[in-house]
Design a protein. Structure first.
Length: 255
């Protein structure tokens, strides 16, 4: 999400309370004042080109797709046609042209990788582990068999998603989202998920908006244990340690 008015860029790392932050920044009329442009799950080096300029061509299709969903939501809530018109016809993308990454306050959220992996597992479980059977033939290629959904416990999930499957934005380190084209972590502020509300206040102050508590979205109703540590054994702990070595070293995370 980008605001060319209050000059901030939020890089939405998956499973780090990003939906809650976007919901807070999307509320009307704040979002209209900020003229927010939706950028989905684009990383920093997708938002800005190698010269540091806003990559409007990369952002445009993502914004248009999300904006259509947002307008449909406004229509369901029966907001006035005037409000919907503001979202439909204002070309916010034009305001980004010619802007550079140095013009923005850039922020993102990091999360303890062992905690984040459990959150990803619970999300996958709620959605039926569709990635394992229907979307990724590499599962059968690497295991020699079809995977029955009922078989996927946390250990098998870690084996497949964080060991067999190559790193992507969805199963890789938070730090990769925050690096520029030179591999440098180029953020003005990184919220720690473990210190979410306090750090969010700091961000609100920095981008000059009134602070409101973040809504709690995506809460896992299918959690079997009270703490993420209880999901782990020595094998799964090591799998996550190996996959997220960069996060652990950079953010000084411990199990």
């Amino acid at each position: 999400m980008i605001s060319p008015v209050n000059n901030f860029t939020f890089v939405h790392v998956n499973k780090t309370a990003g939906r809650s932050i976007i919901r807070a920044l999307s509320r009307f009329p704040l979002s209209q004042r900020l003229k927010v442009v939706f950028s989905g799950h684009l990383s920093l080096k997708e938002l800005f080109d190698p010269q540091g300029n806003v990559d409007v061509a990369e952002i445009t299709p993502v914004h248009n797709k999300i904006n259509r969903w947002y307008i449909k939501d406004l229509e369901k809530r029966e907001l006035t046609k005037k409000v919907i018109h503001l979202y439909s016809n204002e070309d916010k993308l034009e305001k980004l042209k010619g802007l550079n990454e140095n013009d923005f306050f850039k922020f993102a959220v990091s999360r303890n990788p062992w905690d984040r992996a459990v959150s990803m597992f619970l999300h996958s479980e709620r959605t039926g582990h569709t990635w394992a059977k229907h979307k990724h033939p590499w599962v059968k290629f690497n295991t020699g068999k079809d995977i029955e959904i009922e078989e996927i416990d946390f250990e098998l999930f870690c084996e497949l998603f964080y060991k067999v499957k190559k790193p992507t934005r969805w199963n890789g380190p938070c730090i990769k989202w925050m690096q520029d084209h030179k591999g440098k972590v180029n953020m003005d502020f990184i919220i720690k998920y473990e210190n979410l509300e306090k750090d969010w206040i700091s961000v609100c102050d920095s981008i000059n908006i009134d602070h409101e508590s973040l809504p709690w979205l995506g809460k896992s109703s299918n959690a079997k244990f009270d703490t993420y540590q209880e999901y782990y054994n020595s094998n799964t702990k090591k799998i996550i340690e190996d996959r997220f070595e960069e996060d652990i070293e950079y953010f000084k995370y411990t199990f």
